[in-house]
Ligand binder design. Structure first.
Ligand code: NI
Length: 276
């Protein structure tokens, strides 16, 4: 395992807890970014995880033969295990433990690709809207661009202090189309985002946010693809006394979920292998 070399000041830890987010200019080196970008491009080229439901269009109905506006791969390190040897993972693990305590864990969660010119925006949302209402979530997302991220190509935006109270506001599937995986805050909630701020970053920098923080990334209007790797860290959730109902989860009917279900059925039917 690669050794971490990240140092975080107590003021940065305090900033995260007060404002609900943190931006760091260098979570890893440019050399490490180069290696991660090679792995990243390979798994998108190979459409890794498509049949398992791990690869899909976050912003469209995900029909075969149609170019995805926001392709995403879940568990990228499952398809590119060399990512687990990166300085990025070592430093990110140190970052998560510094922010949340020594029991907190960290790993690669997903990769989101915004194609040049046509890459769609990721509308304003809270990650906990995806995670369900039974738990008070203590997960954090670490968003890492593999090239410079700026307003023009889809950098991260946050509404400072929107992490408190730990409430999930009404969401819907993007464009109110339940075939689309991505979620967005309902139009009558968008007044909550008027104080949003962009967080431009160099390659290998990162932003950090918790599950209740409101965030957004813009469309990619530039000539180069915008690649982002997202790591997840955190502590186990705490069961809510009164579970919240999220109708936007119950209403989903995505092609990706059907592929994941079919893959599970195929696996169940596979012959039992003997030995190792
Ligand atoms: Ni998000």
């Amino acid at each position: 395992m690669t050794e971490a070399n990240l140092n975080i000041a107590p003021e940065q830890v305090a900033f995260f807890h007060i404002n609900g987010y943190l931006a760091l200019p260098a979570l890893t080196t440019q050399e490490d970014v180069g290696k991660l970008r090679d792995s990243y491009d390979r798994i998108f080229r190979e459409r890794a995880g498509r049949d398992e439901g791990d690869q899909f269009d976050l912003a469209g109905a995900d029909e075969e033969g149609k170019e995805a506006a926001l392709p995403q791969i879940l568990n990228p390190a499952k398809y590119a295990p060399e990512m687990n040897d990166s300085l990025l993972l070592a430093n990110c693990t140190k970052l998560v433990k510094t922010l949340l305590g020594p029991e907190a864990t960290c790993g690669f969660a997903h990769a989101i690709f915004k194609p040049a010119k046509i890459g769609a925006e990721t509308p304003w949302h809270q990650d906990a809207a995806y995670w369900g209402g039974e738990w008070l979530h203590r997960g954090i997302s670490i968003w890492v661009p593999l090239q410079e991220a700026k307003v023009e190509n889809g950098c991260m935006w946050f509404v400072p202090n929107s992490h408190e109270p730990r409430e999930v506001y009404p969401h819907q599937s993007i464009g109110n189309d339940p075939r689309i995986h991505g979620l967005e805050l309902k139009a009558d909630q968008l007044h909550r985002t008027t104080t949003g701020l962009p967080c431009p970053l160099p390659p290998g920098g990162c932003t950090v946010h918790g599950g209740y923080m409101m965030h957004y990334t813009g469309a990619n209007k530039s000539d180069i693809p915008r690649r982002a790797l997202i790591l997840m860290g955190g502590l186990p959730g705490i069961k809510r006394d009164v579970p919240q109902k999220y109708p936007w989860i119950e209403d989903k009917q995505t092609a990706r979920e059907n592929r994941a279900k079919e893959a599970a059925v195929r696996k169940a039917k596979a012959p039992i292998s003997v030995g190792r």
